[in-house]
Design a protein around this ligand. Structure first.
Ligand SMILES: Cc1cc2nc3c(=O)[nH]c(=O)nc-3n(C[C@H](O)[C@H](O)[C@H](O)COP(=O)(O)OP(=O)(O)OC[C@H]3O[C@@H](n4cnc5c(N)ncnc54)[C@H](O)[C@@H]3O)c2cc1C
Length: 138
């Protein structure tokens, strides 16, 4: 995706699907909001950032300041959040508790996340299944 090339909805009224509510999926949703798209985040797990939760007891290998996205930070700071100590190294669970879950609970995102929703297929609307299969083989 080339964010600079994307500015607004094309008028079809449909949300932009984001697969997964991990750090990258939630950051993508924030960037979509800033560009006036409506995101719909679908998460296979029964909780936000279920992937991170699966290794929540482990400490990450980069400090807080590298673990937060700029658009996510702007959204969170608008609701009174502040970055934990930038040089500290959170565990996965701290990353969820102090960043990803508050982000998912912001006014802008809270009704745009579907949990326990696993995506099983993705294809372009104007392509047949055969075209997609062909593309996947390349
Ligand atoms: C112990 C450990 C330490 C790490 N430390 C760092 C670090 O310090 N810095 C760093 O940058 N990275 C670190 N990583 C890597 C880290 O996991 C990734 O950077 C980060 O989680 C990637 O975010 P993501 O949103 O792309 O993927 P994920 O966090 O994996 O999130 C993907 C989400 O998508 C959901 N999902 C998957 N398939 C589907 C589907 N079909 N339909 C719907 N939902 C689906 C999953 O349930 C999951 O919640 C670490 C990883 C581990 C294991």
């Amino acid at each position: 995706m080339y964010p600079e090339a994307i500015h607004s909805n094309d008028g079809d009224g449909l949300p932009v699907a984001v697969i997964g509510s991990g750090p990258v999926g939630l950051a993508a949703a924030c960037h979509l909001l800033e560009r006036e798209f409506t995101p719909l985040v679908v998460e296979a797990g029964d909780a936000v950032a279920a992937g991170v939760a699966s290794w929540g007891h482990v400490r990450v290998f980069s400090p807080w300041r590298y673990n937060v996205d700029a658009a996510a930070t702007r959204l969170l700071e608008g609701e009174g959040w502040s970055l934990p100590t930038p040089e500290d190294y959170p565990t996965g669970e701290e990353l969820r508790r102090d960043y990803l879950i508050p982000l998912a609970e912001t006014e802008a995102l809270k009704d745009k996340i579907r949990l326990s929703a696993r995506v099983i297929s993705v294809r372009c609307a104007d392509r047949g299944v055969e075209d997609d299969c062909e593309r996947n083989r390349k």
